[in-house]
Design a protein. Structure first.
Length: 572
């Protein structure tokens, strides 16, 4: 039976997760390129009713499977086409991942440790950021984590129950593949193979890859794969060779990073918890055989992911999100050990980390106070980022106060040796960043979105057909609620690798894409007014066409010009 303390910890975990993942979820515009593209693909699936083939601006978009887009589309059909509805699935997958962490730890350990693990994950900047974006990674994290934990639990059970848990894990692997392709089965396969082999349990590996489990994965994945391949025969070549093998082995996608990229992401993405974890994790690795089996799995989970993605030539911070669960499991172990034995080495490591956090927070508070109070520093900050600098000067007390409060708690935890006070300090800082830092982040998002551009275009176009010349502000169709025509030679403006791949192979061009040589004829054959929009690269072309029709060219938004050609206009 749950005690009052158990209920308190559960409520604390729920409250922190709710604030971290749902606070002002729809209060800022879609960030380009990823959010704008993914939300628009989902909007088009919602409008068309398609379940199999995603489209971007009416062009087939096979860069990723349809599953995540369809989930977002269903959210939009239920709650409307808004930023909140588009982001809700990611937030729910994030909450689901936290539920997995809490449920697993609660089953194995105490309610306090379970809540600590969930709070650690929900206040890690990398996890918070991706749970608040229209992006695949947190959905992948949920299903991969479910698959790995199900396989682990299966081997703790006998007979029929073991088979059922393995089948559940196989189902999760299949859905993970539907979320993001082959990584959905490759990564869990590598992690579990490394774990069971290191445990000296080849029998568990045979059960993991039993034909019935492979059939479950195939039953989930093959209907999608065969259906898309039937409609687009070039998809197997694109999906397997171009999008997977070449992405991993070559720098064709220009996403390579130095060897220290993922260690740096691990430190920054899980800050401030990473201040504490380095020493205990190194100690745990040295005492690997003395750890519990789930802790050994967690260490291998992190190690395999770091090695696998470091070998890849395509590196993105979000790829490391799938280690959020093992990091939380190991972190909660360290905090629990510090609580049980204040004189243990892990407690001393926590005290050092608390001191580091306190010094960092005091330094940050002092730096912010100086920036706000000294005009010359304010000007220097404005030159770096005027939007953020302005927000800091508007609410200096909130930002400085948050750092001072975190510093006070951290230094008290260090001085008294209280692991719970230290835990509160570590959780407070990122949570305050979500709440207090919302203003600056919203303004940065506005700057990286096409929402204000869409407002201006909608006002100037007055119902005209919109043609983007050599540009494609990728969230523009979402905010306009309709697709647009794009003047392009390669399709690169859509930032879709599949669109470029298909056009290079001589596939039929979608009607929403036209070559530059077709622009004048498209304008001449129009059945409605046309609004031309261009950035710097397409401005000369736009001006030449507008001049023929006597249409004035003017600024639309920073970096963009436009011209409206009414129906009555005719070229001389």
């Amino acid at each position: 039976m749950a005690t009052r303390a158990d209920k308190f910890w559960l409520l604390a975990a729920v409250a922190v997760a709710t604030v971290a993942l749902l606070w002002q979820l729809g209060g800022y515009p879609l960030v380009q390129p990823d959010e704008g593209r993914n939300a628009e693909v989902a909007r088009e699936m919602e409008r068309s009713g398609s379940w199999l083939i995603p489209t971007l601006n009416d062009a087939p978009y096979l860069d990723k499977p349809a599953f995540y887009f369809k989930v977002v589309a269903l959210s939009m059909s239920s709650f409307g086409e808004s930023e909140w509805a588009a982001r809700l699935p990611s937030a729910l997958f994030g909450l689901g991942t936290l539920g997995l962490v809490y449920g697993f730890c609660r089953r194995q350990y105490t309610a306090e440790r379970a809540a600590m693990a969930a709070i650690m994950a929900s206040t890690s900047p990398l996890f918070v950021m991706y749970s608040r974006l229209v992006i695949f990674d947190v959905a992948l994290t949920f299903f991969l984590s479910a698959a790995l934990l199900a396989a682990y639990c299966a081997e703790m059970l006998p007979g029929v129950r073991r088979k059922r848990w393995h089948a559940a894990g196989a189902f999760a692997v299949g859905v993970a593949t539907l979320v993001k392709g082959p990584v959905g089965f490759v990564v869990p396969g590598l992690i579990l193979s490394a774990f069971f082999l290191s445990e000296g349990r080849p029998d568990a590996l045979r059960r993991l890859f039993a034909p019935r489990n492979l059939l479950v994965v195939a039953a989930v994945v093959l209907p999608w794969f065969l259906g898309v391949s039937y409609l687009f025969p070039d998809f197997p070549s694109y999906g397997v060779v171009h999008e997977s093998i070449l992405r991993f082995t070559t720098d064709e996608f220009h996403r390579d990073q130095p060897f220290y990229f993922y260690p740096a992401v691990l430190l920054g993405g899980f800050f401030p918890w990473s201040l504490f974890l380095a020493d205990p994790l190194l100690r745990a690795w040295r005492a690997y055989r003395q750890l519990e089996s789930i802790e050994r799995l967690s260490l291998l989970w992190i190690a395999v992911v770091l090695i696998f993605f470091s070998l890849s030539h395509s590196k993105r911070p979000g790829y490391l999100l799938i280690v959020a669960v093992p990091v939380a499991l190991l972190s909660s172990r360290c905090f629990e050990a510090a609580l049980r034995n204040p004189r243990a080495a892990v407690a001393k490591a926590l005290a050092r980390a608390s001191l580091s956090l306190g010094v960092f927070s005091l330094g940050a508070a002092a730096a912010l106070a100086l920036v706000v109070s000294l005009p010359q520093l304010s000007k220097a900050a404005a030159q770096l980022d005027a939007t953020v600098a302005e927000e800091l000067t508007l609410h200096p007390v909130l930002f400085v106060g948050a750092f001072l409060l975190a510093a006070g708690l951290a230094l008290r935890g260090w001085r008294t040796g209280s692991a719970r006070v230290a835990f509160a300090a570590f959780a407070l800082l990122p949570l305050a960043g979500v709440v207090i830092g919302f203003g600056p982040m919203a303004r940065v998002a506005e700057r990286r979105s096409a929402r204000s551009l869409a407002t201006a275009v909608d006002s100037l176009a007055q119902g005209a057909d919109i043609v983007c010349v050599r540009c494609f502000p990728i969230s523009l169709p979402f905010y306009l609620g309709r697709t647009i025509t794009v003047v392009t030679e390669t399709g690169s403006e859509l930032s879709s690798n599949y669109v470029k791949f298909a056009l290079e192979r001589g596939e039929r061009w979608p009607r929403s894409l036209i070559r530059g040589s077709e622009l004048e004829s498209r304008v001449a054959e129009r059945s409605a007014p046309v609004f031309l929009l261009a950035d710097e690269s397409g401005q000369p072309e736009l001006e030449a066409v507008a001049q023929k029709y006597g249409a004035p060219v003017g600024p639309v938004a920073p970096g963009y010009v436009g011209a409206r050609i009414p129906m009555a206009a005719a070229a001389p």
